[in-house]
Design a protein around this ligand. Structure first.
Ligand code: AMP
Ligand code: MG
Length: 408
C-alpha cells in the first residue's frame, strides 16, 4: 500500500500531453489554450474618442466657460467606422462620436454635455476648457503588439473568447481532448428506468463518472456497463486499450471473489504501477499504463469513485492538456474532523467565506460511509487530512479541494 503523495507522483510521471489542434473560434469555449497567443497589433489600434463630443486643440479652449463660451468652426464629423480625413486648424473642431477616430491636429475631446450640442450648423459653442488627452483612448494604451494576451494552459472562458475576437483570431490552437472510456462493473447493476429486483441496485456511477468526465473536458468514446464476467471484461477493456488515452473503470477491483478487473488488466498486458493507496475512502484504487494509455481502476462504492475521480483523474486530465492547476485552499474547521491513523482521510463537505471576517470556513459531512452518495449533495468541496495520531478540532485548519463546478 502506498501513500497518497506517492500515488499522485506516480500518476504525474506518466502524463504525456497530447499536443494541440486548430479549431474555429465559435467552438473554443471551455477548451484549453494550446499556445501563448500574442497580440498581432496594438489596442486601441488608433487614437479614438471615449465619449460623444468634439475633437479640438486643447489650447483653443483656454478660458471657455458656460457663461463665456468659445465659438468653434465645425468642419466635419468622425464616427465609429467612418473617420474624418480633416486636419484640424486653430479654432476648428470635428464632431466626434465614441469610437470615432481622432482627426489629425486634435489633441482632446470636449464632451457634448459641455457644448451647445450636435447640429448641422457651421459653428458650436464650447463651455469648458479641455486638457490635452481628455477623453482620448490612446493607440496602444491597453496592449502592445507582440504582448502575450492569453497564455498556454488557460481555460477559454467568455472573456478569452471576446479577446480572441478583438484581435481577429478566426481559429485557435487548443489542446487535444483525451479520449476516455468509462466502464462500470457489477452483476447487481440495473439501469435507471427499469424495475429493480431483490439484491439489485441502480447504476449511479456510469452517469456520475460520465458527467465528471464532461466537466473535465474529455471526449468520451466508450461508456459501458459490464457484468462481473471475465470474457466481457477482456473484450471491452482490450478494445478500449486500443483507442483510448484514459480508461476509467468502477468496481470489481477489491478483494471480492468476483472482482476480476485487476486480473484482466494484468492479463491484457497493463503495467501495474500501484494497487491500494493508504486512503479512506478509495483504498483499492488501481493505476496502470499500457503504451501511452493511463488506466484507473476505481472502487465501486459511489463516494470512493467520486473522490478518486476528483483527486486523481480530474487533475490528470488537466495535466494531459497542460491546464494551469486549480489550487487547493486551507480553511478553518467549524467542527471536529476525525483523522485516520494510517490513512489519508477524505470527506465531502461545505466551505464558505464568512462575510464579516472574510475568512474561509468549512465543515465535513456527517455521513461517513463510502456507500452514502448523498454525503456529496450540496457539498462544494472535499476536505482532506493526511494520516495522524490526533484528530483535528473545530478552529484548526484543513485542506479543501474546491469542486470546480461549485463555488464558495
Ligand atoms: P465493488 O467495488 O465492485 O466491490 O463495489 C463496491 C460497492 O459499490 C458495492 O456495494 C456495489 O454494489 C457498489 N457499486 C459498484 N458499482 C456501482 C455502480 N455503478 N453504481 C452504484 N453502485 C455501485
Ligand atoms: Mg462489484
Amino acid at each position: 500500500m502506498i501513500s497518497v503523495k506517492k500515488a499522485q507522483s506516480i500518476i504525474n510521471d506518466n502524463i504525456r500531453p497530447l499536443g494541440s489542434e486548430s479549431i474555429l473560434l465559435k467552438n473554443v469555449g471551455n477548451r484549453i489554450n494550446g499556445q501563448n497567443i500574442t497580440a498581432p497589433f496594438s489596442v486601441p489600434l488608433f487614437n479614438n474618442s471615449a465619449m460623444d463630443g468634439f475633437a479640438v486643440r486643447a489650447v483653443d479652449t483656454e478660458g471657455a466657460k458656460k457663461y463665456s463660451p468659445i465659438t468653434f468652426m465645425m468642419v466635419g464629423t468622425s464616427s465609429a467606422g467612418t473617420p474624418s480625413n480633416i486636419t484640424l486648424q486653430p479654432g476648428e473642431c470635428v464632431q466626434c462620436m465614441t469610437g470615432g477616430k481622432i482627426p489629425e491636429g486634435a489633441d482632446s475631446i470636449v464632451i457634448v454635455e459641455n457644448s451647445s450640442g450636435f447640429s448641422d450648423s457651421k459653428t458650436v459653442e464650447i463651455y469648458k476648457e479641455a486638457n490635452i488627452g481628455d477623453h482620448i483612448r490612446r493607440q496602444g494604451e491597453e496592449i502592445q503588439e507582440g504582448d502575450v494576451i492569453i497564455s498556454m494552459g488557460t481555460c477559454i472562458t467568455p472573456s478569452e473568447i471576446g479577446i480572441l475576437a478583438t484581435f481577429g483570431y478566426e481559429k485557435v490552437s487548443v489542446m487535444i481532448k483525451p479520449k476516455v472510456a468509462i466502464f462500470v462493473t457489477g452483476n447487481e447493476l440495473v439501469e435507471p428506468g427499469n424495475k429493480i429486483k431483490s439484491g439489485q441496485i441502480y447504476n449511479s456511477n456510469l452517469y456520475m463518472l460520465s458527467e465528471l468526465a464532461e466537466k473535465s473536458g474529455v471526449e468520451i468514446v466508450m461508456s459501458e456497463v459490464i457484468k462481473d464476467d471475465k470474457d466481457s471484461l477482456r473484450k471491452l477493456l482490450s478494445n478500449a486499450l486500443q483507442i483510448c488515452d484514459i480508461i476509467i473503470s468502477s468496481g470489481g477491483v477489491s478483494m471480492g471473489r468476483f472482482d476480476y478487473v485487476r486480473e484482466i488488466y494484468n492479463e491484457l498486458g497493463v503495467q501495474e504501477h500501484f494497487w491500494k493507496v493508504a486512503q479512506k475512502p478509495g483504498k483499492p484504487l488501481f493505476f496502470g499504463t499500457m503504451k501511452s494509455s493511463l488506466i484507473f481502476g476505481l472502487p465501486g462504492n459511489p463516494i470512493s469513485s467520486l473522490i478518486c475521480y476528483v483527486e486523481y483523474i480530474h487533475s490528470t486530465i488537466h495535466g494531459f492538456q497542460k491546464k494551469k492547476k486549480d489550487s487547493k485552499y486551507r480553511a478553518i474547521l467549524t467542527e471536529n474532523f476525525a483523522v485516520e491513523n494510517k490513512k489519508h482521510r477524505y470527506l465531502f463537505g461545505q466551505s464558505w467565506i464568512d462575510p464579516s471576517s472574510g475568512k474561509l470556513f468549512c465543515s465535513p459531512t456527517s455521513k461517513l460511509g463510502s456507500h452514502m452518495l448523498t454525503a456529496s449533495i450540496e457539498s462544494n468541496c472535499i476536505l482532506e487530512s493526511p494520516p495522524g495520531k490526533q484528530g483535528l478540532k473545530a478552529g484548526d485548519k484543513i485542506t479543501i479541494n474546491l469542486l470546480n463546478w461549485r463555488n464558495f
